[in-house]
Design a protein around this ligand. Structure first.
Ligand SMILES: NC(=O)c1ccc[n+]([C@@H]2O[C@H](COP(=O)([O-])OP(=O)(O)OC[C@H]3O[C@@H](n4cnc5c(N)ncnc54)[C@H](OP(=O)(O)O)[C@@H]3O)[C@@H](O)[C@H]2O)c1
Length: 200
């Protein structure tokens, strides 16, 4: 028999929480870009594509590539398919790759890559979210009930008094991806309601 005791929040959690990548795709879609979306799950990809269309991005500007960023050939295929379809890549947002790095590693990687690529006029920046309401922790195995409790326990530790919403992160990524940040490279932009400045 399935024990539902700890699963009571399940429907609302899955409806309420979307990922950072998903929120960013929909937020950027309003700018009418050519958008290549990748992920391992075709259903989720189609769902995000539909949301992008709902905010006005034509279907022919959306390319869906089922791929796993842990597989080197898949990364190569993503790049090749996108260039073949759209002619070039202006902005790369490797959202899921953060999995594989420590924060210190990511910070150093951002700065050194920015210095290395500056001669090609390529900018490299990182957006660093604080605790963000997504399905991330649920996918990692936390029960919805435990996640809800964890969120509540963390709220009071956030200077601005709430968890990060995916759209908060999406707005920062839009800034970094656009000409609005045209002379910024090697920077780490925190989107955490001030959390990283709070004394421990
Ligand atoms: N949520 C937070 O509190 C938080 C805080 C700081 C940093 N971050 C970082 O922000 C990033 C996004 O987190 P999130 O909260 O939005 O997570 P999420 O809701 O679990 O979304 C992760 C996304 O990445 C895709 N993905 C995961 N592994 C992949 C792989 N190997 N290849 C291709 N696609 C893959 C997933 O799609 P498929 O399942 O379809 O592949 C999903 O769309 C992560 O790197 C996370 O470490 C999150």
């Amino acid at each position: 028999m399935i024990n539902l005791e700890n699963e009571l929040f399940l429907p609302s959690i899955f409806l309420k929480y979307s990922g950072i990548g998903e929120a960013t795709a929909v937020h950027l879609a309003e700018l009418q870009p050519f958008l290549a979306l990748t992920g391992r799950n075709e259903y989720n990809l189609a769902k995000v594509a539909k949301q992008c269309q709902e905010v006005g991005l034509p279907a022919e500007r959306i390319l869906l590539i089922k791929a796993d960023l842990n597989i080197e050939e898949d990364i190569k295929r993503i790049m090749e398919t996108t260039v073949k379809q759209f002619g070039r890549i202006d902005v790369l947002f490797p959202n899921a790759m953060i999995y594989a790095m420590t924060k210190a590693g990511l910070d150093n990687f951002t700065k050194s890559l920015a210095m290395e690529l500056a001669k090609y006029k390529v900018r490299v920046n990182s957006v660093l979210p604080g605790l963000t309401k997504t399905a991330f922790q649920l996918r990692a195995g936390l029960t919805p009930y435990a996640y809800q409790k964890y969120l509540e326990s963390q709220m009071e530790k956030q200077p601005l008094g709430r968890a990060v919403a995916p759209i908060d992160v999406a707005k920062a990524i839009k800034f970094m991806a656009s000409d609005e940040s045209s002379f910024i490279t090697g920077e780490l932009l925190y989107v955490d309601g001030g959390g990283h400045n709070k004394p421990v």
